[in-house]
Design a protein around this ligand. Structure first.
Ligand SMILES: Nc1ncnc2c1ncn2[C@@H]1O[C@H](COP(=O)(O)OP(=O)(O)O)[C@@H](O)[C@H]1O
Ligand SMILES: N[C@@H](CCOP(=O)(O)O)C(=O)O
Length: 319
């Protein structure tokens, strides 16, 4: 879809003069975004991505932009926010918060194979380790507290049996979150939405993770589970593909070994990661935001995945 706030070359020319990027020769709107207005920008110094944030506020953005900067400085492949001549990375354009970030080469991979999954697992583990000394804190904005607040808003739209299943799973996850095991899991900044369409590949080489705007502090295992539930499934059925699962988990484990606690929590966290996207998709489906002109994602996809993760044994975290 969408560029919500148009930006012309004339708008950009004075704006970009506060950066050390020379003059700007071209700006192209990116049609595929759904949250923000994104543009490819050509300058004398190279290609960048300009984002105007349509919902996130000036107060909310420092967590995300500084995280990307922190990770990029540590060699994690993510877009690096470009500082202006005064070192600032958060700006304003047309009254909206805005930033410029480096452009990742390539495209996202709609049909990943084991070699893609292994690179994502490897880079995710490196990202978790690199985030350990990140100084800003923010809870996962789509974590348990948001689930508890949101589920009551959608129950009345669901068939009775489905609403029971949703409430049962929420209760199960709440109980788990009150255990010692849950609080013993390693945690820190996580991407929390690392689906196929948020990772760039140049042919078969991973060039970067992007779209950090659901990031927050949560268990590292939750990040792994979100990714496994997207990268390593048959999208038609939600069934896990054991070859891709192994490639992902083994690559992650080689960098940041999973713990015994994580092995014990794995099945529950995989279920929680499915629940998270079932809830958000139900919410977007039944309670679309004002002037929403987008086709909502299918909530049944994650209902199916959740049923499978409940019914089936989880794949071994460590072989
Ligand atoms: N740093 C980047 N480098 C290259 N392309 C990018 C970058 N950031 C965004 N894009 C492109 O813009 C598209 C939309 O970005 P995304 O962050 O998913 O938008 P939204 O948050 O609005 O959904 C992506 O699919 C990708 O093609
Ligand atoms: N990955 C989520 C939706 C978040 O949208 P994104 O395109 O900004 O990653 C889902 O599939 O429900």
């Amino acid at each position: 879809m969408a560029v919500f706030t148009p930006v012309s070359l004339q708008d950009l020319t004075p704006w970009i003069s506060s950066f050390s990027l020379g003059s700007v020769s071209n700006i192209r709107g990116i049609s595929s975004g759904i949250e923000n207005s994104n543009f490819f920008v050509s300058t004398e110094k190279g290609e960048y991505v300009l984002t105007l944030f349509e919902k996130l506020t000036f107060d909310e953005l420092p967590f995300y932009l500084n995280l990307m900067q922190h990770l990029a400085r540590k060699g994690i492949k993510v877009p690096a926010p470009v500082p202006d001549k005064n070192g600032r990375i958060l700006h304003s354009l047309h009254g909206k918060p805005a930033c410029l970030v480096t452009k990742l080469v390539g495209d996202w991979q709609p049909e990943p194979e084991a070699l893609h999954c292994a690179q994502v697992g490897d880079m995710m583990a490196k990202m978790h380790l690199a985030g350990q000394d990140y100084s800003l804190q923010q809870p996962n904005p789509r974590g348990l507290e948001w689930w508890k607040k949101t589920v009551p808003l959608i129950l009345s739209y669901l068939p009775v049996k489905t609403s029971f299943m949703l409430q049962d799973e929420l209760r199960f996850q709440e109980e788990f979150a009150s255990t010692n095991l849950y609080w013993k899991l390693y945690r820190g900044p996580i991407h929390a939405d690392l689906f196929r369409n948020n990772v760039m590949f140049d042919s078969t080489r991973l060039t970067g993770f992007f779209d950090f705007y659901f990031a927050g502090c949560d268990s590292w295992l939750f990040d792994v589970a979100v990714a496994i539930n997207d990268w390593c499934i048959d999208p038609g059925t939600g069934e896990l593909d054991s070859v891709r699962v192994r490639a992902f988990l083994d690559a992650y484990h080689a960098v940041r070994p999973f713990t015994l606690d994580e092995c014990a929590a794995w099945k529950t966290i995989l279920r929680g990661a499915a629940l998270r996207f079932w809830i958000s998709r139900l919410y977007d489906f039944y309670l679309p935001r004002d002037a929403e002109i987008l086709t909502p994602h299918d909530p049944c996809h994650f209902e199916r995945i959740l049923r499978l993760r409940i019914a089936q044994p989880a794949p071994e975290l460590v072989l």
